[in-house]
Design a binder for this molecule. Structure first.
Ligand code: F0G
Length: 451
């Protein structure tokens, strides 16, 4: 199982190529679609040569006790299921993964669901789920001798890439849409030493330009079109399955932007199932913002068979994407697992974020679409009271503090957006009040808030 025997298979036409044989833009030269990493050894091994599920589960858990850097990573402790490096000693790790799975009793009660959990991927080293993918793909870049890595980003990918590149001693180039990413993320890319270019275009425009650049310059592309990113991002599926003692939950809900994450989690659960580590795969649903919902429209028009790019608008800047690269993979995950693809409004996102905050779980607006989506699915009776549901929270609340402060100050949403949600919003808003510097004034303020 440890041999690096992976190959790349085109998701569109099925063409197979060697791992190092991909074009710099990771598009199939035959049909232009994206590749997926595949491990032919797994299916060839039969009988006693098949990996022993019990032994693997034991090994992965044991590694959590180990003092070795690789074992302490929630990605590389599952390295038997991601043999993408010639030498695991080349892995670049910040001890990513091993993120907490929190119970959400209050939201569960309100929704009438027995078991609701949040897998908080914002608790990664650079505070987003991107770290799990970056450790994998940047390790490949480093092993293959690249001096430069690059990504287009709505902020989190660039923060993760810059950090891992800095750890590996590589240079990094970041292309971001000017004025449309949260400051927390931009500050990270700067601090980790990336060459950061703010372009007068959107995310989709940045990715297009970067694709042209990597075709001519020896720069390794680290967007999620890079199939190794998804290998790392599949590991939260393993952690979720492990947390439920390998009885997978009924339903996983993820935000959808460029659609790499939903594709990766789907692949993770599929592989666990194929290898006999779990008995079934969960339903995987994707939630988009209403103003950035190309996949929702695609399902409405063609059940996910084709997609129309659009100009995206949402304050959840992380998922402000109108032309998602991995849409075909994500659509197939949704169809194969019998999940749903739905969208939510700006007010629904802001309310869900504040509700998670009120349970002590801060997250980015893009992550809060999961709870907003769950509320919609439950209202339509598409989720049973007995279902075990896991929301994947993708980023930390401090990534976009401006959004949170604006919400609590009542400056985030327009009157039209608030319409119909006035009471919910009023109950959640907690503005900071200015009071006299006396005990009496502070006690009076407390009384006001609890009245
Ligand atoms: N949530 C957060 C916090 C994100 O940063 C992203 C994507 C998503 C959800 C959507 O995930 O693209 O895999 O469907 N952020 C990218 C970036 C695009 O550049 O940081 P996806």
């Amino acid at each position: 199982m440890n041999d690096n025997l992976h190959q790349l298979r085109c998701f569109g036409c099925g063409t197979r190529i060697a791992g190092a044989g991909a074009q710099p833009d990771f598009r199939c030269s035959n049909c232009g679609d994206l590749f997926e990493v595949e491990y032919p050894g797994w299916t060839q091994r039969r009988g006693p040569d098949r990996p022993n599920p019990g032994a693997l589960k034991w090994l992965w858990r044991e590694r959590r006790m180990s003092g070795e850097a690789l074992d302490q990573s929630g990605v590389w402790r599952f390295r038997e299921l991601l043999p993408i490096l010639d030498n695991f000693g080349n892995a670049v790790t910040l001890r990513e993964g091993n993120t907490p799975l929190y119970h959400l009793p209050r939201a569960a009660k309100v929704l009438g669901i027995d078991q609701l959990y949040a897998k908080h991927q914002g608790m990664n080293p650079t505070s987003s789920f991107k770290d799990t993918g970056m450790t994998a793909a940047l390790s490949v870049a480093s092993e293959r001798g690249f001096a430069w890595v690059a990504c287009a980003s709505t902020g989190n990918t660039s923060a993760a890439m810059a950090a891992y590149a800095a750890r590996a001693g590589l240079r990094s180039l970041v292309l971001i849409p000017e004025g449309k990413i949260a400051w927390g993320k931009l500050s990270q890319a700067m601090d980790y030493g990336a060459v950061t270019c703010q372009l007068k275009t959107d995310f989709d425009g940045c990715l297009k330009i970067l694709t042209e650049i990597v075709r001519t310059a020896p720069i390794y592309l680290l967007n999620s079109v890079n199939p190794y990113r998804l290998e790392g991002q599949k590991t939260p599926a393993f952690e979720i399955a492990e947390a439920f003692d390998w009885n997978v939950p009924d339903h996983i809900i993820v935000p959808g932007g460029n659609l790499g994450n939903s594709s990766a989690l789907g692949k993770g659960f599929r592989e666990l199932h194929e290898l006999g580590l779990v008995a079934r795969v969960p339903r995987i649903s994707v939630v988009q913002a209403e103003g950035a919902n190309p996949l929702v429209r695609s399902f409405a028009a063609s059940n996910g068979a084709s997609i129309e790019p659009l100009e995206a608008h949402t304050r959840a800047t992380a998922i402000r994407i109108g032309n998602p690269a991995s849409w075909r993979k994500a659509a197939s995950v949704i169809r194969d697992t019998h999940g749903w693809c739905i969208d939510v409004t700006e007010a629904e996102i802001a309310i869900a974020k504040a509700e998670l905050g009120a349970e002590g779980l801060g997250c980015e607006p893009a992550s809060a679409v999961t709870l907003a989506g769950l509320k919609k699915l439950r209202a339509k009776s598409l989720i049973a009271a007995s279902d075990v549901v896991v929301l994947v929270l993708t980023g930390h609340t401090l990534k976009d503090a401006d959004y949170t402060i604006d919400f609590h100050r009542g400056a985030l949403l327009s009157t039209e957006e608030v319409a119909g949600h006035e009471r919910e919003i009023a109950a959640l808003r907690r503005n900071a009040v200015v009071v006299d510097a006396t005990p009496a004034a502070v006690l009076a303020a407390m009384k006001d808030r609890t009245a």
